[in-house]
Design a protein around this ligand. Structure first.
Ligand code: DX5
Ligand code: ZN
Length: 216
């Protein structure tokens, strides 16, 4: 099975976002990945809803929205208003994760839970059947262009096992340091969706890179 590729526009050229979004539109990427940061949950701030409104208008790909913010449930209406397909919230940011997942589903989006590098896969046992997808962070969230954390491969294998044992239908997504080499190993370990920022947008032929990531 070919992985779903979700280019992360965090690494796009913000002075000419439309050009980069049109490239993603033409490409074999299935989704477009949107990183929202608040400077509290992660030590960085990216972009907010006024900018994303235009991104949403320009793209013809489903929006995969990754919220690196505290209390993400406060923004369910705003994410819904963008027309998001998937809403990813961090396990570490939700005291009442089960409730938040239900609220996202009730709002008509696919709920996904994201875990940081230090959060074990085993903590997902009681939520795995309720989520559309699990996002494994393979870098500490907050910045593009960081080095892949090797242990993420083991976490993908552990998550694949948990999904099989529980009969969950959850997809496995990985985000951070994905390139042709790590991407191929992640897919072999059981990943369904690869997020790639700098590997795509720093490449001189990003469309070709998306194709290569999908087929590597
Ligand atoms: C990091 C973000 C990622 C980021 C990945 O906090 O969640 O989506 O854009 O960038 P690369 O692929 O460059 O590691
Ligand atoms: Zn992300």
């Amino acid at each position: 099975m070919k992985p779903i590729i979700a280019p992360s526009i965090l690494s796009a050229n913000f002075a000419n976002l439309a050009k980069d979004i049109e490239m993603v539109n033409r490409s074999e990427a299935e989704w477009i990945h949107i990183d929202i940061m608040d400077g509290v949950f992660v030590p960085n701030i990216s972009f907010g809803f006024p900018v994303l409104k235009y991104v949403a208008e320009l793209t013809n790909k489903p929006l995969d929205v990754h919220l690196m913010i505290v209390q993400p449930e406060k923004f369910i209406p705003e994410v819904k208003a963008l027309g998001a397909h998937t809403m990813n919230v961090h396990f570490e940011a939700c005291t009442h994760l089960h409730r938040v997942i239900q609220q996202i589903r009730e709002a008509g989006m696919q709920p996904a839970v994201t875990i940081n590098p230090a959060t074990p896969v085993s903590l997902l046992a009681d939520i795995i059947k309720d989520v559309y997808m699990v996002l494994i962070m393979s870098v500490n969230p907050g910045f593009g262009g960081q080095k892949f954390i090797e242990h993420s491969i083991t976490k993908v294998q552990q998550l694949r096992k948990l999904i099989e044992e529980t009969g969950s239908k959850a997809l496995i997504e990985v985000d951070g340091g994905v390139n042709l080499e790590t991407g191929a190993r992640l897919v072999a370990a059981g990943a369904d969706v690869l997020v790639a920022g700098s590997a795509v947008f720093a490449n001189e032929n990003p469309e070709q890179m998306i194709h290569n990531l999908r087929t590597s």
